[in-house]
Design a protein around this ligand. Structure first.
Ligand SMILES: Nc1ncnc2c1ncn2[C@@H]1O[C@H](COP(=O)(O)OP(=O)(O)OP(=O)(O)O)[C@@H](O)[C@H]1O
Length: 259
C-alpha cells in the first residue's frame, strides 16, 4: 500500500535518511523505532510531504507521491500526527473534531438550497465525533477549550481528529508519549480496532512495550539507515538492534525489551 524506495534526505553533511526502503501493508500496524536522531521523524516528513526528498521514490497505492505538497498527500488519505500537538486552542474539543470533516457537498449553494440536509449531516458528524471521544475516555470534554486540556488529552485529540476525515493511512509520531495508562489502553484499542477494519498505521514511538505489543512488523533505524526489520520477536532478539539501539551487549547496560 505504501512503499518507500531508496529514500534520501540530507541536511548539509547530515544524512538524516540514507537510502531507506520499506513497505507498509494495508491494514497493518507497522512500527518504526530507533535512537534519538536516527531519522524517524525525517522519514515521516518526506512521506507526508513536509520535507522534500533528495533521492528515491515513494508510492501510495501504486501512485508516485514523492515531493507532492502535504495537503495533496493528506487528500489522498495519508494523515500524520506530530510529536508536539497544538490543536486549535481557542476552539472547543468538538469544534476541533469537526474541523477535520471532509464534506464534498459543502459550499455556499448547498448551504442555501439544502439547509435541512446540511443540518442533518452536521448532527451525524457530531454523533461520530462523540463516539470517537467516548472511545478515548474524553466524552465529557467535548465542550472544553483545547487550551484547557492536559498534555496527554491534547495528544489523544491530535490522534483522533483526523479520523473525522476518514483517512486510510495514519503516520503517528510518538502517540504514546505523555499519555496515562488508562487512556493508552483506549488508544491501543482504537488503533487495533481500526486496523481490523482495514486502516493502516505506521507508528514511531520510544515506548518499546507499546510498539512491541501493538505492531505486526517493525523497522529499526540507526544513523539514517535501516538496520533491521521483522516481527516483534525477531527485532527484540536481533544483535544489531540490541547493540546499537538498546545498549552495549554484555556490559550489563542493556535496556530490556518487554517480554
Ligand atoms: N530541519 C533540519 N535541519 C538540520 N538537521 C536536521 C533537521 N531535521 C532533522 N535534522 C537532523 O537529522 C537527523 C535525524 O533527525 P530526526 O528528527 O529525523 O530523528 P528522530 O529519529 O526522529 O529522533 P527523535 O527520536 O529524537 O525524534 C538528526 O541528526 C537531526 O539533527
Amino acid at each position: 500500500m505504501l512503499e518507500v524506495q531508496n529514500a534520501k534526505k540530507y541536511f548539509g553533511g547530515v544524512k538524516a535518511v540514507d537510502d531507506v526502503s520499506l513497505t507498509v501493508k494495508r491494514g497493518s500496524i507497522t512500527g518504526l523505532i530507533g535512537a534519538n536522531g536516527a531519522g524517524k521523524t525525517t522519514l515521516f516528513n518526506v512521506i507526508s510531504g513536509f520535507c522534500s526528498l533528495d533521492g528515491g521514490k515513494i508510492f501510495y497505492q501504486g501512485e508516485s507521491i514523492g515531493n507532492l505538497p502535504p495537503y495533496v498527500i493528506a487528500g489522498k488519505g495519508i494523515v500524520r500526527t506530530f510529536q508536539t500537538p497544538k490543536g486549535f486552542p481557542k476552539m472547543t474539543v468538538m469544534e476541533n473534531m469537526l474541523v477535520f470533516v471532509k464534506d464534498k457537498n459543502s459550499g455556499i449553494w448547498p448551504a442555501i438550497s439544502a439547509r435541512k440536509k446540511i443540518a442533518q449531516r452536521e448532527q451525524e458528524y457530531v454523533l461520530k465525533a462523540r463516539e470517537i471521544l467516548n472511545h478515548i475516555g474524553m466524552e465529557n470534554k467535548e465542550n472544553s477549550w483545547v487550551s484547557e486540556l492536559s498534555a496527554g488529552e491534547l495528544k489523544l485529540l491530535e490522534f483522533v481528529r483526523p479520523l473525522m476525515a476518514e483517512p486510510q493511512v495514519f503516520l503517528l509520531d510518538e502517540p504514546a508519549a505523555g499519555i496515562n495508562p488508562a487512556n493508552l489502553c483506549g488508544l491501543i484499542d482504537l488503533i487495533q480496532g481500526l486496523s481490523r477494519r482495514g486502516y493502516t498505521f505506521l507508528i514511531v514511538d520510544h515506548n518499546l512495550k507499546f510498539i512491541m505489543s501493538i505492531c505486526d512488523f517493525i523497522y529499526v533505524m540507526a544513523d539514517g539507515r535501516l538496520i533491521c526489520s521483522g516481527v516483534p520477536e525477531e527485532v527484540a532478539h536481533d544483535e544489531r538492534v540490541i547493540e546499537s539501539y538498546i545498549g552495549k551487549k554484555g556490559t550489563g547496560e542493556e535496556a530490556c525489551f518487554p517480554a
